[in-house]
Write a protein that binds this ligand. Structure first.
Ligand code: ZN
Ligand code: ZN
Length: 103
């Protein structure tokens, strides 16, 4: 039951906790970063997951994940550090404030 030792081996960060994002967030930037809130599958509740604005639109249009919206999202397994990096790149507010801050 308490098998909480799942790890993903990341080439950049080594052994980390797994996280899931849509394929757009893996390498994209400024796409929006939607994290699920509210009801979740208890089996997966300790794993982070996020997807971009476009996938959120498809999910809402389908009344939840459908085979079609899941296929379009192409949910990918990444490490928790990469997840934080994806959040930093894709959160609109962060991207905007960084641009202002650095230039
Ligand atoms: Zn997406
Ligand atoms: Zn990583």
């Amino acid at each position: 039951m308490s098998d909480d030792n799942r790890r993903v081996h990341c080439e950049r960060h080594g052994l980390k906790r797994p996280a899931f994002v849509c394929k757009h967030l893996v390498s994209g930037a400024g796409l929006g970063f939607v994290e699920p809130s509210g009801e979740q599958d208890p089996e997966a509740s300790d794993e982070q997951a996020a997807w971009c604005d476009r996938c959120e639109g498809a999910r809402l249009a389908g009344g939840g994940w459908t085979p079609a919206s899941e296929a379009a999202a192409g949910i990918s397994l990444i490490c928790s550090d990469c997840f934080e990096a994806a959040r930093a790149r894709n959160s609109r507010w962060t991207a905007v404030s960084r641009r202002w801050g650095y230039s």
